[in-house]
Design a protein around this ligand. Structure first.
Ligand SMILES: [Zn+2]
Length: 304
C-alpha cells in the first residue's frame, strides 16, 4: 500500500502594519497577538522581517478555540511578575478526545500531522535598502518587487484611568508631595502634578509574505483541514496585535494553491496539482464540497 501523501497549501499573506514585538505565550482568555520578528539573511546582508509560525499558528489556534467554544481544561503552571499561577489552556488529553476535537486533531497530535512555515517575504533572494524616512527600510526580492517595509512609528500612551491609578507615598515623595497614605492619580493632579502622555517608537512591518502549510493525508481526511481554512478566515477578520485598536495589524490571504506530493515526488517526480479556481480562504470554504471531491479523486490515485 502506498500510504504516503502530503497536501501542500501555499499562497500569499498580505500584512499591513504588524508590530514587531517580543514573543508572548498565547493562551485561552488572553489577548490575541501576532508578532513579527527579524532573521538574518545571508544574501541580503541584513535582517529580513518575518512572521514566525509559532506566532500566526498560535493566534489561529486561539481564534479556533473560541470559535468552537472549546474548554480550557488543562492546567498549566505559569510563573510571572505576579507570582505563580495556574492558567488552564485548551488541550485534549486522551487519543479519543484528540481525534474528535477539530483543533487538537490537527494541531496537538503526538504523531504530528500538520506543519506550518514561517511567513517569509515573497521571493527567494532579498536585498535590504534604507528608505527615505528615518527608521524606514525596504526589502526587495530577486524580481525587484518591494515585498516588505519596516517603519518606526511614533505612538503615545495616554495616561488613562487617573482615578484608578494609585500613587504610593514613596512615589509622591519623589514628586515633592508629602502624603501619609496612598492617593489616586486624580488627587495627585489636584495637588498640581501633571499627567503626560508617554511618547514611544514602535517598529511596524507591512508586506507580501509566503503562506505555507503541509498536511499528512495518510492520517487526515480533507474535512479535517476545514478548521485551518476557517482559522485563516478568522485571522483576516481580526485586527491583530496591540496596534489593532488603532486600525492596523491586518492580514489577508490570497492566491491559495493546493498540491499533493506522493512518494514519487520525493524520488524526483512532479507534484500533483489540485485544479480549483478558489484563491481566498472564504472562497475555498464556499466551494468546499467541490474541492474536497477534487482532492479525494487525486488521493485515491495516490493512496489507492
Ligand atoms: Zn482539543
Amino acid at each position: 500500500m502506498k500510504s504516503f501523501a502530503l497536501l501542500v497549501v501555499s499562497g500569499d499573506a498580505y500584512v499591513e502594519e504588524i508590530t514587531v514585538g517580543s514573543k508572548r505565550e498565547i493562551e485561552t482568555g488572553t489577548r490575541v497577538d501576532i508578532f513579527t520578528a527579524f532573521k538574518p539573511h545571508p544574501k541580503a546582508r541584513g535582517e529580513i522581517p518575518y512572521i514566525p509560525a509559532s506566532s500566526w499558528v498560535g493566534v489561529l489556534r486561539h481564534l479556533l478555540e473560541n470559535y468552537y467554544d472549546l474548554p480550557a481544561q488543562t492546567p498549566r503552571i505559569r510563573r510571572g511578575k505576579e507570582g505563580t499561577l495556574v492558567a488552564p489552556i485548551h488541550e485534549c488529553q486522551s487519543p479519543s478526545e484528540i481525534l474528535t476535537c477539530p483543533v487538537c486533531k490537527l494541531l496537538s497530535r503526538r504523531d504530528v500531522v500538520a506543519w506550518f512555515d514561517d511567513l517569509d517575504p515573497r521571493g527567494e533572494k532579498y536585498s535590504v535598502q534604507r528608505g527615505r524616512r528615518a527608521g524606514e527600510y525596504i526589502i526587495k526580492n530577486e524580481r525587484n518587487e518591494i515585498v516588505a517595509q519596516v517603519v518606526l512609528k511614533d505612538e503615545v500612551v495616554l495616561p488613562r484611568d487617573v482615578e484608578k491609578t494609585i500613587i504610593s507615598a514613596d512615589i509622591a515623595k519623589k514628586l515633592g508631595v508629602e502624603i501619609d497614605k496612598d492617593i489616586t492619580g486624580k488627587e495627585l493632579i489636584e495637588k498640581g502634578i501633571r499627567f503626560e502622555p508617554i511618547p514611544r517608537e514602535v517598529q511596524v512591518v507591512s508586506g507580501a509574505f509566503k503562506l505555507g502549510a503541509k498536511f499528512d493525508m495518510a492520517k487526515l481526511s480533507f474535512n479535517d483541514l476545514k478548521p485551518f481554512f476557517i482559522g485563516l478566515s478568522l485571522l483576516e477578520d481580526r485586527y491583530i496585535g496591540r496596534r489593532g485598536s488603532r486600525g492596523y495589524g491586518r492580514v489577508k490571504f490570497d492566491n491559495i494553491v493546493m498540491t499533493l506530493r506522493s512518494k514519487e515526488y520525493y524520488e524526483g517526480g512532479d507534484e500533483i496539482p489540485i485544479e480549483v479556481d478558489e484563491r481566498k480562504p472564504r472562497d475555498v470554504l464556499k466551494q468546499w464540497g467541490k474541492i474536497r471531491q477534487a482532492v479525494d479523486e487525486k488521493l485515491k490515485q495516490i493512496l489507492g
